[in-house]
Design a protein around this ligand. Structure first.
Ligand code: KG4
Ligand code: ZN
Length: 339
């Protein structure tokens, strides 16, 4: 019998629904929220309101695109956390109502584990190369930066993480300093392609073991720009591409150094990346270079699966469904959700 999972993601500012049938992705519909651009960051209240407006049309589109009826859905999986509580509440309430109305199981998913399991999504007519357990995953998003040993679909150990800002946050905050709109990560990536990454050097943090820190870098970038602007009011305008290339290079270098250390320490050579920042072209290139040097087997998600999406929620739901790992109707979302 086929297993069809409807996945729902609403942890931050993307409303998404996806359908996965027997591990194969049939649809993955994402509604972005442009409303936050004017504010330079996500406004939680506006995000939850937009989720409310988007959720039903998004689910409708995902089912239609997949060619699946409501009655054919075996279970509904939703992001329980971590994330913005008001945003999570919309997806959670929708999933609970849908499960109740259709009399199907409800599956909770941890958003971070979902980013990692993106590597198990199979697509029709694609190669579908998947990592074997255990593998290392560098999870780099707007809210988290972690190095994880992935031992099984639900058994994961965090061996390093940021003690302050996430890598995506560092991209976005540095972008804001030089006047780029939110989210600045993809804009830095674009401009960096035309710049010299060695034009400016920024101090890298000295943090113990496999942990990261990005708040010092952001502050030194801010002070550097402020000082240069005192000498030349057009400094940012005249050096935009070089600034983007240099800050991107520094962030990637910090990420790669600890990832390499983690691989040496654990002896694991299967290396995956996931999360929004794994869309970064410089990071992808750096990873492939390190792979050549260290003989790593690398796993890099397709662009559409790097940032928040419901396909990753659905695949997590699929493996939980196989284990009959269901939750009851009294489940509530969690802004902080450790795993
Ligand atoms: O995983 P994600 O969609 O949401 C969270 O769970 O946080 O990640 C969003 C983050 C943002 O900080 C965004 O600027 C960053 O991913 N990002 C990028 C790129 N695309 C998205 N950062 C650098 N280069 C990119 N190409
Ligand atoms: Zn995410």
């Amino acid at each position: 019998m086929s297993i069809t999972i409807l996945g729902i993601e609403s942890s931050c500012d993307d409303t998404s629904a996806a359908v996965i049938k027997d591990g194969y992705l049939l649809s993955n519909y994402i509604a972005n929220q442009d409303v936050h651009k004017a504010y330079g960051g996500v406004v939680p209240e506006l995000a939850s309101r937009a989720h409310q407006q988007n959720i039903i049309p998004v689910v409708d589109q995902a089912l239609k695109k997949a060619g699946v009826t409501k009655e054919e859905v075996s279970a509904i999986a939703f992001t329980r956390g971590p994330g913005l509580l008001g945003s999570l509440l919309v997806g959670t309430s929708f999933a609970k109502s849908f499960a109740l109305a259709m009399n199907i199981p409800l599956v909770e998913v941890n958003h971070l584990q979902a980013h990692i399991l993106v590597h198990f999504i199979k697509q029709l007519e694609k190669e579908n190369k998947q990592p074997e357990f255990p593998f290392l995953c560098l999870l780099v998003s707007g809210g988290h930066t972690q190095i994880v040993i992935v031992k099984d679909y639900s058994d994961m150990e965090i061996i390093g993480q940021t003690i302050d800002d996430a890598a995506g946050e560092a991209f976005d905050k540095c972008a804001k300093v030089i006047g780029l709109s939110y989210p600045g990560g993809p804009l830095i990536d674009q401009k960096a392609k035309h710049g010299n990454r060695e034009a400016f050097a920024f101090n890298k943090p000295k943090i113990k073991e496999l942990d990261y820190s990005f708040s010092g870098l952001k502050t030194s970038f801010l002070y550097f720009i402020r000082d240069e602007m005192k000498k030349d009011a057009d400094f940012v305008k005249n050096n935009m591409n070089d600034l983007c290339a240099s800050i991107q290079f520094t962030i990637i270098d910090i990420l790669m150094e600890k990832l390499e250390k983690a691989s040496k320490q654990t002896g694991i050579n299967q290396i995956a990346v996931s999360g929004g920042v794994s869309a970064n072209s410089g990071l992808r290139e750096a990873l492939l270079k390190k792979a050549e040097i260290n003989q790593w087997d690398t796993y890099i998600p397709e662009f559409k699966l790097t940032t928040d999406n419901a396909a990753m929620i659905a695949i997590n739901g699929y493996y939980k469904f196989l284990n009959r790992d269901f939750v009851s109707q009294d489940i509530a979302p969690l802004a902080r959700f450790a795993y």
